[in-house]
Design a protein around this ligand. Sequence first.
Ligand code: 5GP
Length: 213
Amino acid sequence: MKLDNRGLLIVLSGPSGVGKGTVRSALFDMPGHDLVYSVSMTTRAPRKGEVDGREYYFVTREEFEKRIQENKFLEYAEFVNHYYGTPADIVEKQLAEGKEVVLEIEVQGALQVRKKLKDDAIFIFIAPPSISALYERLKARGTESIEIVNARYEKAMREIKLAYLYDYIVVNDTVENAADKIMAIIRAEHAKTERTIAEYNKLLGITEMNKKG
Ligand code: 5GP
């Protein structure tokens, strides 16, 4: 039984090339969870097989910028010349319904959420097992020139140094390990006293607590 009513907001982030998307998929493939994925909005074009409203809400730059003006994003960032953002109203509705909402976003966006909701969300940094593994992944990504790969690498290195701002660091040594650890973190966060004490007292009819110490 779940003791608290409001859902948890779980922010998965990490440098470009670390495999955030793969870890998130593995997490959602695990049995027995009730996580929901927050579908972001983007101005990039859909890739083959992507469906509007499932991977992303695909919108034009004009639409996106209008929503920025209207303050409709929990966070947003520009990444490789495209906007990406988390629609605030959908996330808020899901949290109010007690759902566990997972954001998988890049680092600038995660830091915006942290500023707004420091104590109301869990911030998990997905880290590469080594710097050379990250470089290899960035290189293996596509057919880009070495300059582009190096620029992405520089950016990833700057992002890696921001890991200290997160609540947890999960190394993506294998996708299964990383997903397992994230699930364990979510379960442990649920059992935290500050999250459960009010409902616990209600449940057991306790009106006065013993003082600590
Ligand atoms: P892709 O274009 O490969 O789907 O995503 C590019 C990057 O954008 C990934 O690092 C992904 O985590 C990030 N991203 C996806 N949605 C959002 C979002 O709503 N906000 C932010 N800040 N980043 C996002």
